[in-house]
Design a binder for this molecule. Structure first.
Ligand code: FMN
Length: 359
């Protein structure tokens, strides 16, 4: 249960870190959309481990194969199944985790829930599960771009206390991809890289914040009351491993403002209803208002640190654990395409729902 997401554009991810592979089935993709592996691979390359000196060194090519749902380079409207093989599996590096629970990881809760778990590489709790999301997200991004003129872009906004200055309206994909930490502010990016390298050398980990912008969303997307657009975005983001917080528009900072300053005044501009400010983050009453949608997701410092820690073993005795294996000292750079993918999945689902109900 709990492995499917979305209503009209619905995905199901499958697979574990050290099984035969990981993948996704998409149901509800519109037919006749041009689609090949070349549309998917670039986002998987941004997600894969081993891509730079500040991420997990696990060596995975993460080559995607489309197994079904396309014919002669176009979608058929039938389920699209995509998979990536696991190649660089090293179960022996995780042997301590067979008998000990990593603090703040999912070892204990999976054991408590299922009474069994694949401890190799973290099983399904590994960020490898998100390959399916990123692959499906690439399809969603293509639909958004081609059929609705919508773009989705995420970037690292903060690592621990190092924060970037970014103009949400003008930031580009090229700026984000210009450095290994995926922060469009070059000065902040340099500091972030140095902080992550220092942290890795100390055998520790750091967290931070990713911001995501969706530009070109028309007014009308979102289904009050339970499927408010921001509620679905929040669920999507908090379903990502290691995510700890979500805020849209003014977010938690808005709670400190007074209403007069916080209200987004309406003005007609070029025959369109626009707002002067955008504290709402592009969504009001759970429905997009035509302004840029923007939100932030907080990620925790990765649980698996290379230092001895207190924990409990599978026979419920106190013990200590010094983890091994290949781990990210900071998830942020690789989480950027995951945030984009989840945002694109939510927006595509709501675009199709809006078209189905309101034409
Ligand atoms: C891009 C990315 C990479 C990650 N890499 C690791 C890792 O190397 N080691 C680790 O312990 N956790 C890693 N995680 C986090 C775990 O998957 C996550 O902490 C675990 O599933 C428990 O879930 P929770 O932290 O949301 O409670 C990563 C998460 C993301 C998004």
């Amino acid at each position: 249960m709990g492995n499917s997401f979305g209503q009209l554009f619905r995905i199901t991810t499958w697979g574990e870190s050290h099984g035969g592979g990981v993948g996704v089935v998409i149901d509800g993709c519109p037919p006749r959309l041009p689609l090949t592996e070349a549309d998917i691979q670039p986002d998987l390359d941004r997600r894969r481990p081993g891509q730079s000196a500040i991420v997990s060194p696990r060596q995975e090519a993460d080559r995607v194969r489309i197994l079904s749902g396309t014919f002669e380079g176009k979608t058929l409207g039938t389920p699209i199944s995509m998979m990536v093989a696991n190649e660089d599996a090293r179960p022996e590096a995780y042997s301590e985790m067979a008998s000990k629970f990593r603090p703040s990881h999912a070892d204990y809760t999976y054991q408590a829930k299922f009474g069994i778990r694949n401890w190799q590489g973290g099983g399904r709790t590994s960020a490898r599960e998100t390959i399916g999301r990123v692959a499906a997200g690439a399809v969603a991004k293509k639909i958004l771009r081609a059929q609705f003129g919508v773009s989705v872009l995420a970037y690292v906004q903060q690592v621990q206390r190092v924060a970037a200055k970014v103009d949400r309206e003008s930031v580009t994909f090229k700026q984000v991809e210009s450095n290994i930490v995926r922060c469009p502010d070059r000065v902040a990016a340099g500091k972030m890289v140095r902080l992550i390298e220092r942290t890795r050398r100390a055998g520790d980990s750091v967290g931070g914040m990713i911001e995501c912008v969706a530009r070109g969303v028309p007014p009308g997307w979102g289904e009050p009351v339970f499927d408010r657009l921001e509620a679905d975005l929040a669920k999507a983001m908090l379903s990502l491993p290691a995510s700890k917080g979500f805020e849209i528009g003014s977010g938690f900072g808005g709670a400190l403002m007074a209403g007069l300053a916080h209200n987004d005044a309406f003005r007609m501009r070029g025959g369109t209803v626009r707002t002067v400010t955008n504290y709402s983050g592009g969504i009001q009453g759970g429905i997009s208002n035509g302004e840029t949608i923007y939100f932030r997701v907080a990620f925790k410092p990765v649980a698996t640190v290379m230092r001895e820690q207190e924990t409990v073993d599978v026979s419920y005795k106190n013990t200590t654990l010094r983890a091994r294996g290949r781990h990210d000292p900071c998830v942020l750079p690789r989480a950027v395409p995951m945030v984009e993918a989840m945002a694109a999945l939510v927006l595509t689902d709501h675009a199709l729902r809006q078209r189905a109900q309101c034409g």
